[in-house]
Design a protein around this ligand. Structure first.
Ligand SMILES: Nc1ncnc2c1ncn2[C@@H]1O[C@H](COP(=O)(O)OP(=O)(O)O)[C@@H](O)[C@H]1O
Ligand SMILES: [Mg+2]
Length: 315
């Protein structure tokens, strides 16, 4: 236990940072508690990486503050390094070194005593099931194993807060699932995890998510609450002439012109359409009269609809 048991594990208050001509992070407030898996979700360029770099003290904010266990990241020093584990998107392992040698390198970096290192190495090898590959060079690992090794290296010093930038990028679906199981295990043990992802299905697996766009959070809640609070109507438009590549584009262009259409995305051979509830009757009337080749079926809104709707509103 730390003295600041009630302090959030990780906290951002009014964080801002301009990069070039972009307000990469434009006023960010965020809290991650011990045992919480928080997802920062948004498309490329939303500001996720910049936010994480500000939160771990690798980048100095223009305004605002980041805290770990109640201690300012800017004045944190060695205590901060001990509390934090950070896995950047391009985590650099040594390709010529083996799995075991990479872990030893990072243990030395954190000054772990040999006995403690041996114990944690054994634990992490078992947890990640990397033990069979301990002598394999890092450059010869699959994408999934590489990420697991990177995660192990970030966990060797037992941080209380783990910050991960797109940890499943370039990872096959099976390894992705294994990585997620690992993360759940870690948060169950009390670790606070903040991860950035562009994937909506991953966002839906987090305890809480912040939807980020243009440097700001558009919304923040549990995935279930965000979907429950969604007040629009979602339709799937089937196109019987979907085989013609031009047909979908033409349909999309026409539907985009409808004032009641809030968001639109391809799904299968058709289009997924989010319609303003107040305009839904109008939309159906338009639809019935529009084109005999289109067919409409209702679908339950999901997390991606919520996000698309918010982004469309914001841009
Ligand atoms: N070094 C930089 N110089 C100028 N602009 C940058 C730099 N790094 C990032 N940006 C801009 O800041 C914004 C946020 O980038 P980033 O934090 O990398 O977003 P994400 O991780 O969500 O893709 C983008 O518009 C990006 O182009
Ligand atoms: Mg990024």
């Amino acid at each position: 236990m730390t003295g600041a048991a009630h302090a959030p594990a990780l906290e951002a208050r009014g964080l801002r940072r301009r990069l070039g001509i972009t307000d990469a992070v434009a006023g960010l407030d965020l809290t991650v508690r011990p045992g919480e898996l928080y997802g920062l979700v948004g498309p490329d360029g939303a500001g996720k990486t910049t936010a994480l770099r500000l939160l771990v003290g690798l980048l100095v904010p223009d305004a605002g503050e980041a805290r770990v266990d109640g201690v300012s990241v800017m004045s944190g020093g060695p205590a901060l390094r001990e509390a934090l584990g950070y896995m950047p998107q391009q985590f650099s392992l040594y390709g010529d070194l083996s799995v075991a040698e990479n872990m030893r390198f990072f243990a030395d970096l954190f000054g772990l005593a040999p006995a403690i290192f041996r114990q944690r190495e054994a634990e992490l090898m078992q947890l990640t099931r990397l033990d069979r590959f301990r002598d394999r060079r890092a450059s010869a690992l699959s994408g999934g194993m590489y990420k697991k090794l990177a995660l192990s290296c970030a966990l060797l010093h037992r941080p209380r807060v783990l910050v991960l930038d797109e940890p499943t990028n370039g990872v096959d679906p099976v390894s992705r699932r294994e990585l997620w199981d690992l993360l759940y295990q870690l948060v169950d043990e009390g670790l606070a995890v903040l991860l950035a992802t562009p994937y909506m299905d991953e966002a839906a697996r987090c305890h809480r998510v912040g939807l980020m766009y243009a440097g700001k959070l558009l919304a923040e809640d549990t995935p279930a609450a965000l979907v429950k609070g969604f007040d629009d109507v979602t339709w799937l438009v089937h196109l019987s002439d979907a085989a013609d590549p031009g047909a979908r584009d033409a349909a999309e262009a026409r539907l985009r012109e409808r004032p009641e259409v809030r968001a639109l995305s391809p799904q299968g051979g058709g289009l997924r359409v989010v319609v303003d509830r107040a305009g839904d009757a109008e939309f159906r009337r338009y639809f019935a009269a529009a084109d005999a080749h289109w067919r409409l079926s209702p679908v339950a809104p999901d997390f991606e609809d919520v996000f698309l709707r918010l982004v469309t509103h914001a841009s």
